[in-house]
Ligand binder design. Structure first.
Ligand SMILES: Cc1ncc(COP(=O)(O)O)c(C=O)c1O
Length: 347
């Protein structure tokens, strides 16, 4: 199957496996693992922050960040379809005791006025307060969309003015950086904390980083233990991360180019694909617009040898390009999908 369900589908390359095999390791909980330490230093510098912490998943990185910036009962402001709002199993409430104030975004983004509307200072001495803004770049649910740097700056500045800290769910921030031509550090330094995922476009088997100030990351270290995320010879995995930072960042542009070619191919074949949505490695396919139910459509495509997945938008499927998708795979997907959707003739 040509697996376009998610960029999490990648398997380590030969080069990455060699780096894993050669990794120098020690006890991470004693902070002695040189490969983990190297990865953390590299990631901090890349993201424009003082320090970073290696974690098993981006979900854990986000959840730790929420706890660092808030107290139970506080309000988290995030885009309505942000990963942290809809895909983390209620983590903001379960772990940090937060109330969610969702903002309806456009392409995952919103402006200063919308932020200000939900963060009006309280007239009471003590009240539940909005204390954290969490943004997502690229924004998964809207199809891997990017924030322009000036918009990010305006919204994070406004958050600070209102007394909110700012967290970036940058699980795919390197896709955003490559697509917009902005250095990741320029994006990262606008935030108090930044999550970076290693197991998506970067092609690692697992791992994520949370970056922030040295003081904040010291506090994060305790949370890492509390979450059960403090590991032992974790350099065996961190080595994949170091390898990915050396070899798999610039090449994200290839994933983006393949997504664009796929979108254009499907569009030319008459499928409902909004080409303007394709900024990075996601293509959204509106099967409902063809009069089709999404689940049978996905099943038929799987049967034909192309794996797509769902989005939170009813009737909309998605394809995601990644390290394990070749130009030939894209050619095949362009060829196979239009003819394999179940009742196109009937639609
Ligand atoms: C934007 C975003 N944030 C966070 C995550 C969570 O990543 P993980 O699976 O490493 O917990 C994902 C995963 O898809 C994501 O898309």
């Amino acid at each position: 199957m040509i697996d376009l369900r998610s960029d999490t589908a990648t398997r380590p390359t030969e080069g990455m496996r060699a780096a894993i095999a050669a990794a120098v390791v020690a006890d991470e909980q004693r902070r002695e693992d040189p490969t983990v330490n190297e990865l953390q230093e590299r990631a901090a510098a890349l993201l424009g922050q003082e320090a970073a912490l290696f974690l098993p998943t981006a979900t854990m990185a986000n959840q730790i960040a929420l706890k660092l910036h808030t107290r139970p009962g506080d309000v988290l402001v995030a885009e309505r379809l942000a990963h942290v709002a809809i895909y983390e199993y209620g983590g903001p409430a379960a772990h940090a005791g937060l109330m969610l104030e969702p903002i309806d975004g456009r392409a995952g983004r919103f402006g200063v006025a919308e932020l200000e509307a939900v963060t009006v200072p309280s007239t009471k001495v003590a009240d539940q307060r909005a204390t954290l803004l969490a943004l997502e770049n690229t924004h998964n649910a809207s199809g891997g969309r990017c924030w322009p740097l000036d918009e990010l700056r305006a919204v994070t500045d406004a958050a600070r003015t209102r007394g909110l800290a700012a967290h970036l769910d940058g699980a795919r921030v390197l896709n955003a950086a490559v697509a917009t031509g902005v250095a990741p550090a320029e994006i990262g330094r606008l935030f108090d904390t930044v999550t970076l995922c290693l197991s998506k476009g970067l092609g690692c088997p697992l791992g994520a980083l949370l970056a922030g100030s040295a003081v904040t990351m010291e506090r994060a270290w305790r949370e890492k233990h509390l979450f059960g995320g403090a590991m032992r010879q974790a350099g065996i995995v961190a080595a994949a991360g170091v390898y990915a930072l050396d070899h798999h960042v610039e090449r994200l542009a290839e994933d983006h180019a393949r997504a664009r070619r796929l979108a254009e191919g499907w569009h030319a074949a008459g499928l409902p694909v909004d080409l303007d949505q394709v900024e990075t490695n996601f293509v959204q396919l509106d099967v409902a617009a063809l009069g089709l139910e999404r689940e049978p459509a996905l099943a038929a495509l799987r049967e034909a040898g192309v794996g797509l997945s769902s989005t939170p938008h009813p009737g909309v499927a998605r394809a995601v390009t990644h390290l394990d998708v070749s130009d030939e795979d894209i050619d095949r997907a362009i060829e196979l999908v239009p003819g394999s959707l179940p009742s196109r003739a009937a639609a």
